[in-house]
Each structure stands twice: as C-alpha cells, then as structure tokens.
Design a protein around this ligand. Structure first.
Ligand code: FES
Length: 255
C-alpha cells in the first residue's frame, strides 16, 4: 500500500490571518482522482475542508483548482499523475481571485466580465425564410468556442487579469468571439466596438497562459487575435454580414 501526502491550502477568514497548508495522508489506489482524494479527506479526516464540485465528469467546471502550480479540473486529474518526487500533491485555490474559504474562490469578477460581453444571442428583427448561412471555417471556429465550460482555469491563469480585474479576460472574449461570428446575431458592430475599449482585446499580452490552463484544450488567444483583426476592419465585416444571406458562395472570412 502506497500513501501520498496531500497538502491542502486552508484559509478560514473568521480565524486565519493568512492561508497555510495542512497535510493529510491518503492511500494511492488505482483510478483515484484528486477530487476523490479531497472527498476522502473531508469524509474521513477533516470535515471542515471546503471545496466546490458538482458533476465529477469535467463538464460543470466547478472543481477548477491549482495543483502543483497548474490550474486544472481536479475531477479529471488522476492522483497518481501528480505525485511529486517527495510523494506529495499540493492543492491550492485558483490564483489571483479572492479566497472565500480554503479552495473556494470568489468568482464575481469572472461572471461580471462574462455578462459584460452579452454572451446571449441578439437576434435580428427579420429572420430569413430558410436559414442562416455559415461557412465550414466559421462552423469549426464556433464549435471550439462552444466547448468552453466556464471553469475559470484560463481566467485565473491570465497575468493581465492578475494585474486588473477590469480586463475582460480570455473566457469572456472567447464567448464574445462566439457571438461576433454567429450569423444569427444582429449586433456584431456594437460588440466589436465594446471589445475595442482599453480593457478589451488589445489588453491581451499574448502570453498563452490561457491555452496552457484550459482543460478542454481550447485556444482563447487565437480567438482574441481574430477579434483584433475584426475590430480593425469592423465596417467591412458589418457590410459582409449585411450581405450574408445573398449567397452561399461568399462566406465571411475569419482570417
Ligand atoms: S466537478 Fe464538474 S468539472 Fe469537475
């Protein structure tokens, strides 16, 4: 039987001045995830250990944490893969966000930025009789953005977010990208104007931390690059959108 040391960052705002690490010994068994280990600690050793989780299937995004310095979904992380040479695994909350308790962070700024980009569809007054038309390239680009589960791993790995919570952030920019390229949306020009503000697409430093952190292997940096190009040719993009339904042979380029 092999035991591993799980180091969990603890912080109770009612009694602690600053966070500290508590250590727990648990058995390393086949198939055990880091989330399983946290459950075992909570059920058998210390019921006050606090963390978020829901689906346990890498879908809801609520279990995003920082393990050995890397943001990830702990329900999708085999424990054996993260044991260091000293037989330890270190679990901390997502960085750069206020800690509510132990591994639970305050995601208010994350959701405020998401709301800011109006991630919902703004449909036109006149809908076409048959269909909205899209090019295969657009479909592929949008499918990537659709797979974002809003876990916050990219947001809290972003160095620009670390400096300013006014920055829209990679998660919300990816969702803005989704709506800007959506042929059913009626407000791509207004959306691009908002993204052109000082805390918008041009604030990204292209550090790629968001790509490294994304547990779904998405590419927010590429979406931000595309949005930058569209911001700079906004009028041409809007004109092309207006012509959209006239021909299947004239798809809007996302390059
Ligand atoms: S518990 Fe839902 S993504 Fe991990």
């Amino acid at each position: 039987m092999t035991n591993v040391t799980i180091r969990v960052q603890r912080f109770n705002p009612d009694v602690d001045q600053k966070p500290h690490l508590d250590e727990f010994q648990i058995e390393l068994t086949q198939g055990k995830t880091i989330l399983d280990a946290l459950h075992e600690i909570k059920e058998e050793q210390d019921g006050s250990v606090t963390f978020r989780r829901s689906c346990r299937h890498a879908i809801c995004g609520s279990c995003a944490m920082n393990v050995n310095g890397v943001n990830m979904l702990v329900c999708d992380a085999p424990l054996k893969d993260f044991v260091d040479r000293r037989g330890r695994v270190t679990i901390r909350p997502l960085p750069y966000l206020p800690i509510i308790k132990d591994l639970v962070v305050d995601r208010t700024s994350f959701w405020e930025q998401y709301q800011r980009v109006k991630p919902w569809l703004l449909p036109p007054d006149d809908v076409p009789e048959k269909e909205f038309r899209m090019s295969p390239d657009e479909v592929k680009a949008l499918q990537d953005a659709e797979h974002c589960i809003m876990c916050g791993a990219c947001y809290s790995a972003c160095q620009v977010v670390a400096m300013s919570k006014k920055y829209i952030g990679p998660h919300a920019l990816l969702k803005a990208f989704l709506r800007v390229l959506d042929p059913r949306d009626s407000a791509p020009g207004e959306r691009l104007t908002d993204l052109d503000q000082g805390d918008g697409v041009f604030r990204c430093h292209t550090i790629f931390n968001c790509i490294d952190a994304c547990p779904k292997h998405l590419n927010p940096t590429q979406a931000i690059e595309t949005l930058r190009k569209l911001v700079m040719k906004r009028q041409a993009f809007e004109a092309a959108r207006a012509q959209r339904q006239q021909s299947l042979d004239q798809p809007i380029s996302v390059e």
